[in-house]
Every structure is written in C-alpha cells, then in structure tokens.
Design a protein around this ligand. Structure first.
Ligand code: SF4
Length: 392
C-alpha cells in the first residue's frame, strides 16, 4: 500500500451560468453532460491509486449544481475508498443562489458528513454582483448561511473579491461589514485577476480605467486586513482570515507542501514528489476515466531545488512563514545559507522578517507577496543554487 496521504480534491465543473472573469475548468450546466461526467468521476475514484485521505474538498465549478443525494453518494464512495475512518474536514463550495441552497440540501450535506461550507459571495453590493455576472443577491447569502447553520453545519466560509469594476473603498467596506454581520468562521479575499481569453480580458483591453489601479487594489487589501483583524480574525495566509480554530485544514496542507490527490477534469495532484495535472479537456477526461484508462495530462517531477523553492513559496504565504528547523529536517538544507542573497535583498527592503527560527513576510511584505515568493522559486532554479543543494 502506498504511504501517500493528504487532502483529496474533487472537481465538479458545471455552473448554472458562466461568470465573465472566470478561467476555471467549468461549463454551463447541461444535465446529460453532468450525468456523464459524474459516472466518469466515479470510475476514476474506483481506479485511483491508494491514498490516505485526511481532508476532502469539493470545488468547481459549482458543486451544488449536482443534487444533494449525488453529492452524498460521492462522499460515501470517497470515504470508502480513501478514508474509512472518516475525513477530518469535508468542505463543499457553494453558489449561494436561493434555489440551490435549500434546507433539504443542507440536511443532506450534514447527513453525508460535510462539516464545512464555503460560499462564493464575491460582493454584497448588487451593482458589483451584476458586473461580476453573479445572479445571487445579498439576501440569498444571508438565507443560505442561516440554513446551513440551522442544519447544524457550523463552519461557514465566505469568499469575497476586491478590485472589481466600479468598486471603491466605501463599497468594499460595506461588503466586509455585511460579511462580518453573518458571523462567518472564515473569510477569503481575492484580488481580481484579469485572465486571458475571458470577457473581462476583452473589457480590460477596451477600457482599462474601468478596473482598479494597483494603488487602489493595495488600499482595498489593506482595508480587508485592518477590518478583519479588528473583528478578531487571524490573517493566517495571504488571502485567508479565520476565527480561532477555523483555519482551512485542507488548504493548510497545500501550504505545508503536503501531498494531495485531485480527481476530476483539470484537477492537480502532488504525490511522491511528482506534481500532475489532469487534462482540462472534459471530453478527453470523461472518455479516459470511463474506459478505465490513465487520465491524460501533464506530470512534473519536483526534485531538489525545485521542490525546496515550491515549499518556500508556499510557506511564505502563511503567517508562520518558513520554519527553519522544519526545512533543515525535511530538505536537509540550511535555508538561510541556501537563500542568502534573496533573503538579504528582501530583508533590506523591509519585506522579510528573519528570526532565529523563522523567515516570514512583514506587514509590508504581504503587499508584494507574489514578487517575494517568486524570487525564492527563481533562485532555487538557478544552476548555482542547484549545485549548492544538499537536500533530497
Ligand atoms: S466564478 Fe464560479 S460560478 Fe462563476 S463560472 Fe467560475 S466557477 Fe462558475
């Protein structure tokens, strides 16, 4: 039996409608396509390699385009296959649309063992929701949260986006206040990114001024940090805030560079030092999984410096940062020596804090996190860095 263990991710790619900013692997719902996909997914689950699942996460797409009984059936199969003693945390991403978030749905999720729900809210401002192409209302979100809690699912997360067209400091503060008023355990805030080949990319090309400037985006991020920390949330990862004890266990495993198993179209896995990603071609995925053949996709073996760079990038995103003793033990590596030039450069610029035990982003560093993290990956891939590697 393989010793691989970690989070299990299941991709459910259908949506009731497609949002103009989104570049996830997703398709507008057609029942016949969704049924074929579900059958393929079950076939992949049965044929998947042995894996000890610690957490389970349904993402999408919009997982609640499937019937609650179908979700419950999936949870049962996944548990039987990967976690006979149960998952430590089972999360489902939900569109808060009123028709999709019924009392019966939450009761079914609870009975299936789902103990965490993550709502794709994005904004509580109707005009912003309209521009984002979202059809739910702020009242839908409040109703959905109340229904989840009434069903006994206490662990609620809300996703918000900042930097959206038309947004300003006042409307962002209003969204944050409305989110806090619902008493969530966890909030994720993501800066809008303009993805290629989306309607938003066309809009941005025509009218860049309609979108937030870098300065405004930084200001909105600062408002989120200040507002949520003042409300008692811990800013435990660049985009994530949690009340005590409510960090996402599933995502924490990614940031620890732990192993994970991804199932479904476009899903990524990381096992035994190899990162692999399934094809984003849904027909190719369904055909292969249904026939019991290997799923087409790409594999990348992360050895040595690439593995350390990836781990450094992920760890720096978290509040704890890089644990020097952990890196020494896991990668047989003196982190400060290995990364001496890049640590010195970012420390001098006030973005890195170095203690005897950890290296982490400063307050200022959170605003340039992508640049800082990328520097560690780039250095780790340089030939001179590779030659100095002492780790596995
Ligand atoms: S943002 Fe979410 S709901 Fe909208 S199309 Fe993408 S996956 Fe579907």
């Amino acid at each position: 039996m393989s010793s691989a263990r970690g989070g299990v991710y299941v991709h459910l790619p259908f949506c009731p409608y497609v949002c103009p900013y989104c570049d996830f692997a997703k398709w507008p719902l057609r029942r016949s396509d969704a049924a074929k996909y579900l059958a393929a997914l079950h076939a992949e689950i049965e044929a998947a390699p042995d894996f000890a699942g610690t957490t389970l996460f349904f993402g999408g797409g919009t997982p609640n385009t499937y019937e609650p009984a179908q979700i419950a059936n999936l949870v049962a199969r996944l548990r039987a296959r990967f976690a006979p003693d149960g998952f430590a945390e089972t999360t489902i991403e939900l569109n808060p649309d009123g028709e999709l978030c019924t009392d019966a749905a939450f009761a079914a999720y609870r009975d299936a063992g789902i103990d965490r729900v993550s709502f794709g809210v994005q904004s509580f401002v109707p005009a912003e929701l309209a521009l984002l192409g979202r059809r739910h209302t702020p009242q839908d979100v409040a109703t959905a949260v109340a229904r989840a809690r009434a069903a006994g699912i206490a662990n609620v997360s809300l996703d918000l986006i900042f930097g959206t067209p038309g947004q300003n400091e006042a409307t962002w503060r209003a969204s944050l206040a409305a989110a806090l008023a619902l008493g969530p355990n966890h909030i994720s805030t993501y800066g809008l990114t303009i993805e290629d080949d989306t309607p938003y990319a066309d809009w941005y090309a025509r009218e860049p001024a309609a979108f937030a400037s870098n300065d405004l985006e930084a200001e909105l991020y600062a408002i989120a940090i200040g507002t949520l920390e003042d409300a008692g949330f811990e800013h435990y990862e660049i985009s994530n805030f949690a009340r005590a004890g409510a960090r996402s266990q599933h995502n924490a495993n990614y940031w620890r560079n732990g192993e994970y198993l991804g199932l479904g179209v476009g899903a990524a896995s990381y096992r035994d030092g190899t990162r692999s990603i399934h094809t984003k071609d849904r027909d190719a995925y369904v055909a292969a999984a249904t026939a019991g053949l290997p799923i087409p996709g790409d594999d990348e073996r992360l050895d040595g410096a690439a593995r350390v760079g990836e781990a450094a990038m992920l760890a720096l995103r978290t509040r704890e940062g890089v644990d020097l003793a952990y890196f020494a033990e896991r990668y047989a590596l003196d982190f400060l020596d290995f990364y001496r030039p890049v640590v010195a450069r970012w420390r001098e610029s006030g973005t890195l804090d170095v203690t005897p035990t950890h290296v982490r982003l400063t307050q200022r560093g959170r605003f340039v996190a992508n640049d800082v993290c990328a520097a560690f990956v780039i250095l780790s891939e340089a030939p001179e860095a590779r030659s100095r590697r002492t780790g596995p």
